[in-house]
Design a protein around this ligand. Structure first.
Ligand code: GLC
Length: 561
């Protein structure tokens, strides 16, 4: 892997004058520069009017995704499921839940996506199954059935759980089972028992589930909760992490005995071998980790583990030039040259505009975030609706909450419904998501103004900005293949960097403040930048880099002349 260079102002000269050859990515490595669009199928498009999105709904909107310019879609779980955790509790890994459609619908989705050069990535939940999965039903039936050791069973102590481990979703992580007279461990809901990944049979059964989908032609997997696969074999109590109580009113514990155990890497290597059986398969990891050093390990010492572990540090940092500069610097210098995977939004966290918007400059902030996500050297995840500026619409009353996290955590934690509301397609009823009387979650009230149809007609809309950015990422050599280097590194207000390849240099400048800022780039006299895309300057405009004026939260991408 090539070491990444960090340069100062003086070296911008080098960046301009010394063309660097960057090898083109082979087809099998499509994921390196990919933009993967997350579809939450329940909320994307409802084709049969039952108020719940479905696979045919996704197929019906593939032209939209093609036009947007994404390389792949990641579809969150659509397998048969009791839907306790809206699909993340799977009761059959190789079928489709009837509420989302059929295998034939899936095959058609795959075929139509292929026609449009859109790859399909599935969500694979390895850590746990549903408590209704036949594996678990068998495992819990007795202590001596063939699958008795497939889950994490423990006698406990005097009918009490064996230790203080907590579920991520609140309360004890142990559930008593009268049939076996034992407890089982669940990192998430009690309806999501953890599989025993030390059991070889579990591993090979799960690898076969992956093969089932790879044989159909999916382009890989987003691996759910993949750092939670193993627990301490001595079942030691977790120490208190810090004083205070969590949203569920319980002590805040570390997860040192239940998360990111070294054995995870053995499984990652095996998963990589399974995907290697199908060229082009990608492994995206849901890797919430404490620091960049831990993230680096996820790629594997020999580049033989996850292709794209999610950099969960990046998209949650505070809105400041320094903070994001530091994250970019870390990703460039501490990932051993691997490709970082950045994102701001997903189905588990409040939408970025709700986290970063100030209510006055939301449109500019959304464009700034889009530019920050799509112009560094990275692969990126988008979440449905991010491209039109959807915001959270959290439930107002506990009785309206659908996500059990919100019911357990209310009112401190209102759960994840707010970021899962229906895609806002147009200004018609239910935002054009569904013709049903009621939908599983209501459309956010702002849908009449903020929707795909409206934004398509406004040349300066966020949607058109995203489209232009995604196009640029593909067509501009420097943005596509270029090295990355920070510039003006001591500027507290404006984050700037260059991308350079094949004799082209592109400058990106982002004003992280609510005040206009004028920046000077110490480039040879006469150097100017032609606007490629900007939230304030027209494409094709020539700008003096000695005095580049950025309005509040202004974003600028320009080709240096
Ligand atoms: C992951 C999913 C989340 C789910 C959890 C348990 O974090 O993204 O939605 O609830 O795993 O499967």
């Amino acid at each position: 892997m090539r070491p990444t260079r960090f340069i100062n102002l003086a070296l911008v000269l080098w960046a301009i004058c010394a063309p660097l050859a960057v090898a083109a990515e082979s087809g099998a490595e499509w994921w390196r520069k990919a933009v993967v669009y997350e579809v939450y199928p329940r909320s994307f498009a409802d084709s049969n009017g039952d108020g719940i999105g479905d696979l045919n709904g996704i197929t019906n909107h593939l032209d939209y995704l093609k036009d947007l310019g994404v390389d792949a879609i990641w579809i969150t779980p659509f397998y048969p499921s009791p839907q306790v955790d809206f699909g993340y509790d799977i009761s059959n890994y190789h079928a489709i839940d009837p509420q989302y459609g059929t295998l034939a619908d899936f095959d058609r989705l795959l075929e139509e996506a292929k026609k449009r050069d859109i790859r399909v990535v599935l969500d694979m939940v390895l850590n746990h199954t549903s408590d209704q999965h036949p594996w678990f039903l068998e495992s819990k039936s007795s202590r001596d059935n063939p699958k008795a050791e497939w889950y994490m069973w423990h006698d406990g102590k005097d009918h009490q759980p064996p230790n203080n481990w907590q579920s991520i979703f609140g309360h004890s992580a142990w559930q008593w089972t009268p049939e076996r007279g034992e407890f089982y461990y669940h990192a998430f809901y009690k309806e999501q028992p953890d599989l025993n990944w030390r059991n070889r049979e579990v591993r090979s059964a799960m690898y076969d589930e992956l093969r089932f989908w790879m044989k159909k032609g999916v382009a890989g997997f987003r691996l759910d909760a993949v750092t939670s696969l193993f627990e301490d074999p001595q079942f030691r109590d977790e120490p208190i992490a810090r004083p205070g109580k969590n949203a569920f009113g319980e002590p805040i514990l570390t997860r040192q005995y239940t998360d990111n155990l070294p054995e995870c890497h053995d499984v990652f290597r095996e998963l990589r071998q399974v995907t290697n059986e199908f060229p082009g398969g990608v492994l995206i990891g849901e890797t919430y980790l404490p620091n960049i050093a831990e993230l680096e390990k996820m790629y594997g010492a020999h580049d033989d583990e996850l292709h794209l572990p999610m950099d969960t540090q990046f998209g949650f940092t505070k809105l400041s030039a320094d903070a994001f500069r530091q994250k970019l610097r870390e990703a460039e210098t501490q990932l051993n040259g691997h490709m970082p995977l950045f994102f701001f939004d997903n189905h588990d966290n409040p939408r970025s505009l709700s986290r970063y918007g100030d209510g006055t400059h939301n449109e500019a902030i959304a464009k700034l975030l889009a530019t920050l996500l799509l112009t560094p050297r990275c692969a990126a995840l988008l979440y449905y609706g991010q491209e039109i500026g959807m915001e959270n619409n959290d439930p107002q009353r506990k009785e309206d909450v659908r996500d059990p996290v919100g019911r357990t955590g209310w009112p401190k934690d209102k759960g994840r419904d707010g970021e899962r509301t229906p895609m806002q397609w147009d200004a018609s009823v239910n935002a054009g998501f569904s013709t049903a009387k009621t939908t599983w979650l209501p459309a956010a009230p702002n849908y009449k103004q903020r929707n795909v149809a409206a934004e398509n007609t406004h040349p300066d809309s966020l949607l058109n900005y995203y489209k232009a950015l995604l196009r640029l990422r593909k067509t501009n050599t420097a943005l596509r293949d270029g090295e990355f280097a920070l510039v003006n590194e001591s500027d507290k207000n404006v984050l700037a960097f260059v991308r350079k390849a094949g004799g082209q240099t592109v400058l990106v400048a982002l004003n992280f403040t609510s005040m206009p800022k004028t920046v000077s780039f110490d480039l040879p006299a006469g150097h100017r930048a032609i606007t490629l895309l900007s939230s304030f300057s027209k494409t094709g405009e020539s700008n003096n880099l000695k005095r580049l004026e950025l309005p509040p939260f202004g974003a600028f991408v320009g080709q240096i002349q």
